[in-house]
Design a protein around this ligand. Structure first.
Ligand SMILES: [Mg+2]
Length: 293
């Protein structure tokens, strides 16, 4: 893993080139990566649309494969009569204020922006959620120019008119490439954090270019692709695999967290094998035994 080569300066004090700060791009998804729930659920709840109804419609959209994975909400906002008639721009801002962030999102953003032990981290959010929701939720935490979300054009009365840009599925790869070029960060210094199927393209892209990927859920496709998986209700937990890959041991990471008033209470490592087992039908079993004998 190329990322492992980028040790902290102190880990190789003889190499003067290593005394230069390392520059990384940390790109994170929003829904269920920095929050506990999807923006679509929060929006439906706020508008009095049963969340089961939103779930049914979103799943139906996903099954059609008509839009990029993760863009289901954007499609519903534009094309579903119930959502389109009811949702206005100010509702998206309001949802951002209601959505529940994981603990320590602000501290995570702060630590990354300050840099850690000689490493500089550019922290960006790249999400399929409407940009108004993310900007509102992260107001005072992350500047709006560090947020990529789905952008709509609105009519004069705030009704959604059209999608201007959707940062879902492969749209996240385009946003990552754009950022990398702008910031001048090499592909193997890109760290991507996500939880769901909308993150698959971005993770495959980052892995292929020798960056580092972290899954924060047990969603099958994503956790299979990501190089590391970390499950926590605290956003700061994603720093653990990042710091480990920079050469830090558990004791040092615990001490670092404690400096910022966060104690690591449980640290379990579980390597999971995903298996689907089913009984062999009698006829197949007989055929196998015959051909194997
Ligand atoms: Mg997500």
């Amino acid at each position: 893993m190329a990322f492992l080569r980028h040790r902290l300066p102190h880990s190789n004090p003889m190499n003067m080139a290593n005394s230069l700060p390392k520059h990384y791009l940390v790109a994170s998804d929003f829904d269920q990566t920095l929050t506990f729930n999807d923006s679509g659920y929060a929006l439906s709840e706020m508008l009095g649309i049963p969340t089961a109804e939103f779930e049914r419609k979103a799943r139906g959209m996903a099954d059609l494969n008509l839009v990029q994975q993760g863009a289901e909400l954007a499609y519903l906002l534009l094309h579903d009569p119930e959502f389109r008639a009811r949702v206005r721009k100010h509702h998206l801002h309001e949802v951002g204020k209601r959505i529940r962030l994981k603990a320590n999102v602000a501290l995570l953003a702060d630590l990354l922006s300050k840099g850690i032990d000689g490493c500089r981290f550019e922290f960006y959010v790249i999400s399929a959620a409407p940009v108004e929701v993310i900007e509102s939720a992260l107001e005072g935490i992350l500047a709006s120019d560090h947020i990529f979300g789905t952008r709509f054009a609105y009519t004069a009365d705030g009704e959604i008119e059209r999608v201007m840009q959707a940062t879902a599925g492969y749209g996240k790869v385009a946003a990552l490439d754009q950022l990398q070029g702008k910031l001048g960060i090499s592909p193997d210094h890109v760290i991507y954090i996500g939880d769901g199927s909308s993150d698959v393209h971005a993770m495959l892209h980052v892995n292929f270019r020798e960056g580092f990927t972290i899954a924060v859920s047990e969603t099958k496709h994503v956790s299979h692709i990501a190089q590391r998986r970390v499950l926590s209700e605290n956003a700061l937990a994603v720093l653990v695999p990042i710091l480990e890959n920079l050469g830090w041991d558990q004791r040092r990471i615990r001490a670092f967290f404690e400096t910022y008033g966060v104690s690591i209470q449980g640290w379990d490592r579980v390597r999971a094998d995903w298996l689907k087992l089913q009984p062999i039908k009698m006829k197949e079993a007989v055929a196998t035994n015959v051909s194997g004998s």
